[in-house]
Design a protein. Structure first.
Length: 267
């Protein structure tokens, strides 16, 4: 993968982002509002054993879920949204004619948003710690960084498949929306997945975020080292190694099929 092929994407996305200062301001305010809402909500919630297994209080539990689930949304939505945008601008075929590989194209679409989300996670956790009393155990924080990487990559696979479907069908993206909402419900973002009815709980095991949030909460809030969360990490690594190559192959097949049909430039 050649970085000089990706840098123009980063520069373009950065210029677009900084061109809307009002949006930047409201995006920053929304972080504070989210923290305020869940801080005071946590005061009204009596935590049970299912939360205490991961966190000392509900605020700590839910802020970790909110902060790190945003990385999932980036991996899931960015590729399909970028493909849709390039199609609507009529520039998608032009991008592909620039001697760029499929992996470089996907990396170009993703890099800026990925950097932004990493910064956003750090900002959320920092504000929560300084202003709302979130207590983080950073003695093994590299473990959470590894969890974040593989969570992002595993959900990126769904996003790449969704983008491939868009290339073929030229339609919107209901798949990503459904997966994102189901992920919030079943993977324990706002409440422990153990609280789900027993007949729904097995669905939680299908989502990579279930294992990621369990490992990250135990690591950052309870100080668990890699030896206590390696099972969850191995599941994430296994899912990524299987799903990511398959999703890239599907995306490439969708590009090849669209080229044969002559529909890359249509919208």
């Amino acid at each position: 993968m050649r970085m000089f092929k990706i840098l123009p994407f980063i520069k373009r996305d950065l210029k677009t982002f900084t061109s809307y200062p009002v949006s930047m301001i409201f995006s920053s305010l929304s972080v504070f509002l989210t923290l305020f809402i869940f801080y005071f909500l946590s005061k009204a919630i009596t935590v049970g054993d299912s939360i205490l297994a991961y966190a000392p209080d509900y605020f700590s539990f839910v802020i970790i879920g909110i902060a790190f689930s945003s990385a999932v949304s980036t991996g899931l939505n960015t590729i399909s949204a970028s493909v849709r945008t390039e199609q609507s601008r009529g520039t998608f075929e032009m991008l592909l004619s620039g001697r760029i590989t499929t992996v470089e194209l996907l990396a170009g679409f993703l890099t800026f948003d990925t950097i932004f989300e990493i910064v956003r996670i750090i900002v959320i956790l920092t504000l929560a710690a300084f202003f709302f009393g979130l207590k983080l155990n950073l003695s093994h924080c590299w473990v959470s960084a590894v969890f974040l990487i593989f969570t992002f990559l595993s959900f990126l696979s769904f996003g790449i498949i969704s983008a491939g479907v868009i290339i073929i069908t030229k339609r919107g993206d209901p798949v990503s929306f459904f997966i994102n909402q189901a992920n919030i419900l079943f993977s324990g973002v706002y409440f422990p997945y153990e609280n789900l009815p027993s007949w729904l709980r097995p669905i939680s095991y299908l989502f990579p975020t279930t294992y990621a949030l369990k490992g990250i909460r135990m690591n950052l809030l309870m100080g668990a080292p890699i030896g206590e969360v390696y099972r969850e990490l191995l599941i994430l690594v296994g899912l990524t190694l299987v799903m990511l190559p398959l999703s890239i192959a599907f995306f490439q097949a969708a590009l090849n099929r669209s080229r044969r049909w002559g529909t890359l430039s249509t919208y």
